[in-house]
Design a protein around this ligand. Structure first.
Ligand code: DON
Length: 579
């Protein structure tokens, strides 16, 4: 049985047909939401969505398309799309192969737990915010290359080429990009490489409607197209990055780049109602927290089949509060400390977490332990892909904050991340202002900072039926939980579930954020239960795919930014299904 919840949709365009191998690649359909039986791509940007769909039209599989989309977003969506950052690519392919490619950034060999402190022993904003010091070893190029090596089917160069061309020929700056550049122009101006890439010669940012060419990035993508990840980690890109870091007297070295490794992990799996959910294990907190939140809502509101009523929202807030308390206490890089994931998502543990729930009253977070929160940045991006052979990819990647460290190394044209900022900044310092100093997430050489990214694939009888994920720092986990609850539990159609208001609680600060549109009655009812409610303008950006009863897929772009869906209207040959 496929998801009954996905039953009601509009159909855009005519359902496509498979055409013979060898005939020219056909057009793709592009819309905010669409339906396709030949696979689909959904992401934050129209150029990248179309590129992914063209790869599917050529007979590429979902991993091929994801690689092409990943590179394209590095050109068109520089706030978060990247080759200078890292992320997680979760794939499920026919025959049951499921892999979680962990290409999270790592701390350089010279990193220490005290690296963010000044001589006075306090957190030094110059070391812990933006700039060269907080740059983790980028994982994106290695991650995409490894996923392609294991599961891709089209030649590598074909997948990098569209991004290289976009960088060479230029893209039209849209409102979102123009606003981002305007907002970050002062910080980008600090670094010569960044100013050259993102600003006019007179120092003003590119404006909406202008054509923006990125020749240095095109050159780097050309090297990667020709020589693969080696060009990045051992070749000319590594040399340029090493030179930049030496000039800045920062930590990252050529040797850090050379020793970077992707880790292929077993996805975190848990049962939810009639489904099996695959999500990201540590060093992401996403999968564990998602399993806990869904499991707790089952316990705290067993009857509820509607999310937008006070009792269910209260149960969800309390589930979120408890999951975030556990997240801070237990999660980090599994290399750093033993993390008993199975215990954390076990029924016994969830029963214990549920025991303190009061249906009439918000729990005081202090009773769950001392405050242990961490500040996180404000940009990341998620895309979902499925192909005609039912291979599915959920990919979330990031530079950490919007435009990352703001540093473009001279001659490279791409932004570097500030992901080390996701480590706990001062050992032992845990306070109500949002600092966390616990051990599992301290900076150590080669280790990966704790993440909230939650790329997720839901299976029904071993076949994918829902693919989703989101940006938004810690809110990511709660955005994904809201989408899953709405579709799998409340039976809402995917389009409605993606558009509907979300909520976020993260234990500390003791605040329940309701997304605008949740309605004053809901706010008042939750306040009456003791929650301190704030209204958040927007939460997340969950580009999602859902399988329809007839086996086709509905692609739904989240409209909170400027999402697009694209799908082939015919394919040259069905995808080979991976290597
Ligand atoms: O890995 C993480 O959880 C964060 N670095 C992600 C940052 C983020 O999502 C900001 N987004 N809008």
């Amino acid at each position: 049985m496929v998801l009954p919840a996905l039953g009601v949709i509009a159909v855009w365009g005519v359902l496509p047909a498979v055409v013979a191998a060898g005939s020219p690649a056909s057009d793709v359909q592009v819309d905010r939401a669409l339906r396709s039986s030949l696979g689909a791509v959904v992401c934050v940007d129209r150029y990248a969505a179309e590129i992914g769909a063209e790869i599917l039209a050529e007979g590429g599989n979902a991993v091929d398309a994801a690689v092409a989309v990943g590179f394209a977003l590095a050109v068109t969506h520089p706030a978060a799309g990247n080759i200078g950052g890292g992320g997680f690519l979760l794939v499920h392919s026919p025959g049951g192969v499921a892999r979680a490619f962990d290409y999270r950034e790592t701390a350089p060999a010279a990193a220490t737990a005290e690296m963010f402190l000044g001589p006075d022993g306090e957190i030094d904003p110059e070391k812990a915010g933006i700039g060269h010091w907080v740059v983790g070893v980028p994982g994106t190029v290695a991650g995409l290359a490894e996923a392609h090596r294991q599961l891709g089917s089209l030649p590598w160069a074909r997948l990098v080429q569209p991004a290289r061309r976009l960088a060479e020929e230029g893209i039209e700056v849209d409102l979102d990009l123009a606003m981002g550049l305007e907002q970050h122009a002062d910080l980008l101006r600090r670094y010569p490489g960044s100013a050259r890439s993102f600003l006019h010669e007179d120092g003003t940012p590119y404006r909406e409607g202008e054509t923006w060419r990125q020749p240095e990035l095109a050159r780097v993508l050309g090297w990667i197209e020709a020589d693969g990840a080696k060009a990045f980690y051992e070749g000319p890109v590594a040399e340029l990055l090493d030179a930049e870091m030496r000039r800045a007297k920062a930590l990252l070295t050529a040797s850090d780049l050379k020793s970077y490794r992707v880790i292929v992990r077993e996805p975190l799996r848990f049962a939810y109602r009639d489904h099996e959910v695959l999500s990201m294990p540590p060093p992401s907190s996403g999968g564990v927290a998602l399993a806990q939140i869904l499991g707790l809502v089952e316990r705290l509101a067993p009857e509820a089949d509607r999310l937008d009523v006070p009792a269910t929202r209260h149960a969800l807030a309390e589930a979120q509060r408890r999951a975030f308390a556990d997240r801070a206490r237990h999660l980090g890089d599994p290399e750093a400390s033993e993390i008993d994931v199975q215990r954390l998502i076990s029924s016994d543990h969830l029963d214990r977490m549920a025991a303190t729930f009061d249906p009439q009253r918000a729990t005081d977070s202090e009773t769950l332990g001392p405050p242990l929160t961490v500040l996180e940045g404000s940009h990341t991006t998620h895309f979902s892909v499925v192909d005609a052979g039912q291979m599915a990819v959920a990919n979330t990647y990031t530079l950490e904050e919007s435009f990352g460290s703001k540093v473009v190394a001279e001659g490279t044209g791409f932004l570097l991340n500030n992901e080390l900022h996701d480590f706990n900044l001062k050992p032992g310092l845990t306070d109500r202002k949002g600092r966390i100093g616990t051990d599992p997430n301290l900076a150590r050489p080669g280790h990966r900072p704790l993440s909230s990214m939650t790329p997720t694939i839901v299976l029904e009888q071993d076949r994918p039926v829902l693919v989703t994920g989101s940006p938004g720092g810690r809110t990511i986990i709660n955005t994904v939980a809201c989408v899953l609850l709405r579709v799998l539990r409340c039976g809402q159609p995917l389009e409605e579930a993606v558009a509907a208001p979300r909520q976020h609680h993260q234990w500390f600060p003791q605040r329940l954020s309701l997304e605008a549109g949740s309605g004053p009655d809901l706010s008042q009812a939750l306040e009456a239960l003791g929650h301190r409610v704030v209204v958040l303008k927007s939460q997340g950006d969950a580009h999602s795919l859902g399988r329809m009863p007839d086996g086709s897929w509905q692609a739904v772009a989240d409209r909170r930014l400027d999402g697009w869906a694209a799908a082939p209207t015919a394919v040259r040959a069905p995808p080979a299904g991976g290597r």
